[in-house]
Design a protein around this ligand. Structure first.
Ligand code: AMP
Ligand code: ZN
Length: 521
C-alpha cells in the first residue's frame, strides 16, 4: 500500500507550487494572534478546510454561524479573483460527548442520539447519519452557503485514518495500549502553540482527572484509535475492531483532499483546544511540515444573551426559524436569518435576538422589492455606467474592502443598506442604464455576502471540483492495468483497496476499467 500512498501524495504535491503572494485580504490568525495578510501557498489559489458538524441531530444556528464564516472567506477570496478549493467534512463517527478534554471520553454522540426519543425513527446509526447529513445540506442551501468543493465523511475515510495512525506509530509519535492507540504529546514539543495550553503548564485546566486508560504514558496523550468491538460503528484495524479518534479524522481528510499543507483552517472557538491543537500535532508529526498557515475561529452564538440550550427553549435550528408556521417554524425569510448571522463580527461573541432578526426581515423586504423591480442577472456580466452606477460601484468596493479587512461584516452590511436606500429613493424612475447598474450591484453584493438572492447551484471552486481526485484515480488505474497484465494480483488488489479508500468504485467492463464515486453527495 505504501507505494500507492506515495504515488497519491506525489500527485497532490505537484499541484502545490509554493509561491508566496502578498495580498490585502487580512484575517486574524489564532496561531500568531495577529491580523495578517493572507499569503497563499499557490499564487491566487486558496486551499482551506473547515470543520463540519457531527450529524447526530439538526445543525443549529450556532453551528451555522461558524459555517457562514467559512462561506464568507470563500466568497471574499473568489471576489478577489482567487481560485478556491474548500473542503468541509461531515463527522459521523468518533465524536464523544465529553469533548473539551485533550482526550475526549464518554459516549459516541451518534450512538447516544440513536437511543434518544428522536433516534426511535431510525433503524440503525447509519440511517440516522444519512438522514441528518441530508438535512444539513438542505439547511446549507437554504441559508445560501456555497457548496464546498468536497464534503468528505469520516466513515468513508477510515482507511486513510488507519494509515495515518500506523504511520504515527512507525514514526514514534504514537503507541498502543490494551484500550487503544494514543498520540504521545511529549513527542511533539510545540504542542500547545495554537491554544496556549503548553506542556509547561501541564494542561492542568483541561486534563483534570479524566484519565480513562491507566496504561496511557501521559494523561495528556489523546486517542487516535479506540479499541471497542461493541461500538455501533466499528472497523477492523491492525489493532483489532474499533473506531478512530475524533481528531485524526480531520487531519486525514484535510490531507487526503488538500495535501500536506493547506492555507487556512477554520472552525468554532471551542475547536481551538483540543481538536485543532491535536490536528496540528498529528498532521505535522506525519509530514514534518507546517500544516495550516492561518487558523480562523468564530466566537460562539448566544441567544438573547444566554447560552443556547434546548432546556431554555432558545435553541434554534434553521428550520425552527424558516419553516412555515404550520410545519413547526416561524416562517422567517432564510436570508434574513443569514443577514442576522452576518450582523456581528465573527470574532466577537454574537447575541442572536429576535429584535435583530425582525430588523433584518425589513432590510430583506427592501432588497426583495428592488430585485423584483429590476430583476437579477442571469450571467456574470457587470456594468456600472452613469452616476448611480459609479456610486453603486464604490459602495461595492467599500463592502469588499471591509470583507478583506478581517471579514468586517457589520461595515459590509452597512454599505449594503446604504446602497439599498439610494436605489429605493429612485426605484420608480430608474433609467435602463441605472437598472443595469443596479442589477450588477445586486449580483456583486450577493456574490460577496449571499443575502440578496438564493443561488443554490454555486460551487466553491472555479477549478474542476474533483481534479486532484481524477488525476489520482486515472494514475492508479493505469498502474492497476499494468499489474493485471503482469499477473501481479496482489498489487492489483492493493490498488483497488487504495481506490476504495479514495471513495471510488471500479467496474471492469469490456471497454476497460470504469469508475465512479461511491456514496458521494
Ligand atoms: P459540532 O457539530 O459540535 O462538531 O460543531 C460544528 C461546528 O459548529 C464547529 O466548528 C463548532 O465549533 C461550531 N459551533 C458549535 N456551537 C457553536 C455556537 N454556539 N456558535 C458558533 N459556532 C458553534
Ligand atoms: Zn475537525
Amino acid at each position: 500500500m505504501a507505494f500507492v500512498n506515495r504515488k497519491i501524495r506525489c500527485l497532490r504535491r505537484s499541484n502545490l507550487a509554493s509561491i508566496a503572494l502578498e495580498s490585502d485580504f487580512k484575517i486574524y490568525n489564532t496561531l500568531s494572534r495577529e491580523v495578517e495578510p493572507i499569503q497563499t501557498l499557490k499564487k491566487g489559489h486558496l486551499t482551506f478546510y473547515s470543520c463540519g458538524p457531527t450529524v447526530y441531530s439538526y445543525a443549529h444556528i450556532g453551528n451555522f454561524r461558524s459555517f457562514v464564516t467559512a462561506d464568507l472567506i470563500l466568497r471574499t477570496a473568489r471576489k478577489m479573483g482567487w481560485q478556491v478549493t474548500y473542503a468541509t467534512n461531515i463527522t459521523d463517527v468518533g465524536h464523544l460527548t465529553e469533548d473539551d478534554f485533550s482526550d475526549p471520553s464518554g459516549e459516541d454522540r451518534m450512538a447516544k442520539a440513536l437511543r434518544s426519543k428522536e433516534g426511535e425513527q431510525f433503524s440503525n446509526v447509519w440511517d440516522l447519519a444519512r438522514f441528518y447529513s441530508g438535512k444539513l445540506i438542505e439547511d446549507w442551501h437554504i441559508l445560501n452557503l456555497v457548496e464546498p468543493t468536497i464534503r468528505p465523511r469520516a466513515t468513508e475515510h477510515i482507511r486513510e485514518q488507519i494509515a495515518a495512525v500506523q504511520s504515527l506509530i512507525d514514526k514514534g509519535h504514537a503507541y498502543e495500549t490494551s484500550q487503544g492507540v494514543y498520540f504521545s504529546v511529549t513527542s511533539f514539543p510545540s504542542y500547545g502553540q495554537l491554544s496556549g495550553n503548553t506542556l509547561e503548564n501541564e494542561l492542568e485546566q483541561t486534563v483534570r482527572d479524566v484519565v480513562v486508560d491507566s496504561e496511557k504514558k501521559d494523561p495528556r496523550d489523546f486517542a487516535l484509535w479506540k479499541k471497542d468491538d461493541k461500538h455501533l460503528m466499528q472497523w477492523y484495524s491492525p489493532w483489532g475492531w474499533g473506531f478512530p479518534g475524533w481528531h485524526i479524522e480531520c487531519s486525514a481528510m484535510a490531507m487526503a483532499y488538500l495535501g500536506d499543507q493547506i492555507d487556512l483552517h477554520a472552525g468554532g472557538e471551542d475547536l481551538i483546544f483540543p481538536h485543532h491543537e491535536c490536528e496540528i500535532a498529528q498532521s505535522e508529526s506525519l509530514t514534518g511540515k507546517p500544516f495550516a498557515k492561518y487558523w480562523v475561529h468564530t466566537r460562539f452564538l448566544q441567544v438573547e444573551g444566554e447560552k443556547m440550550s434546548k432546556s431554555l427553549g432558545n435553541f434554534f435550528t434553521v428550520r425552527d426559524l424558516v419553516a412555515p408556521p404550520g410545519e413547526g417554524g416561524k416562517g422567517i425569510d432564510p436570508l434574513a436569518v443569514r443577514m442576522t448571522l452576518l450582523s456581528g463580527h465573527y470574532r466577537k461573541p454574537f447575541n442572536f435576538t429576535i429584535k435583530t432578526l425582525k430588523g433584518n426581515v425589513k432590510h430583506r423586504e427592501r432588497l426583495a422589492e428592488i430585485v423584483t423591480a429590476v430583476g437579477y442577472p442571469s450571467d456574470d456580466s457587470r456594468t456600472y455606467d452613469g452616476d448611480l452606477g459609479s456610486a453603486l460601484k464604490s459602495i461595492f468596493d467599500r463592502a469588499l474592502e471591509a470583507m478583506k479587512d478581517d471579514l468586517n461584516t457589520p461595515t459590509a452590511l452597512a454599505a449594503l443598506f446604504g446602497g439599498t436606500k439610494m436605489i429605493q429613493a429612485k426605484l420608480a424612475t430608474l433609467s435602463q442604464t441605472e437598472i443595469t447598474a443596479t442589477r450588477s450591484w445586486l449580483a456583486d453584493m450577493n456574490d460577496l455576502l449571499g443575502v440578496v438572492h438564493v443561488n443554490n447551484n454555486v460551487l466553491a471552486s472555479n477549478v474542476k471540483p474533483d481534479e486532484d481526485l481524477n488525476n489520482a484515480v486515472e494514475a492508479l488505474l493505469i498502474e492497476r492495468q499494468q499489474a493485471r497484465m503482469d499477473k501481479n494480483w496482489g498489487k492489483a488488489d492493493e490498488i483497488r483497496e487504495a481506490l476504495t479508500a479514495l471513495g471510488v468504485e471500479v467496474m471492469d467492463t469490456a471497454q476497460g476499467a470504469k469508475w465512479k464515486k461511491i456514496g458521494g453527495l
